[in-house]
Design a protein around this ligand. Sequence first.
Ligand code: IMP
Ligand code: MG
Length: 169
Amino acid sequence: MKVLISEKRIAERIKSLAQEVRADYKDEVPIFIGILKGSFIFMADLVREYRAECELDFMAVASYGAGKSGTGVIRMVKDIGANIRKRHVLVVEDIIDTGLTSNYIRQYLALRQPKSIEFVALLDKHKARKIDINIKYTGFKIPTNFVVGYGLDYGERYRQLPYVAICDD
Ligand code: IMP
Ligand code: MG
């Protein structure tokens, strides 16, 4: 296990991401939708740096398989409770890899006719993309190595690490 992004770098980046997002939503009250489980720490830190009014909700999706690569077959595990019709939605993701999960989420949420849907992802493995998807806010562009920590798991382990590390297990 090798540290890729330290706790300090993550904190600094989230602070500026939160400012950028806040400036864009100005007087609106956006709904942040965290994608469980991977985004739980990022979501908690992002909203505490947001320093303006917002609402929160969560949804969970799963890609079949528990190893290092998903199958691309995505299913809903937990739906949102909020009514997002005519609201500004910001989807909060831990990592964008192939983009298939985010693409599914965007299509699913779009059916409920929000005013806007944007994505913020802490990590972006842009070279692994299989589908073109617009991620408005990105924390860090990273190589395609499998990473863990700061919410991300390998077989449900390592989510609690306060930094992002490369997992060679
Ligand atoms: P995508 O559909 O390929 O973009 O994959 C998105 C999901 O796969 C993320 O939300 C993660 O749950 C998982 N994932 C992709 N890459 C990694 C990684 O390097 N570490 C841990 N989870 C990952
Ligand atoms: Mg996972």
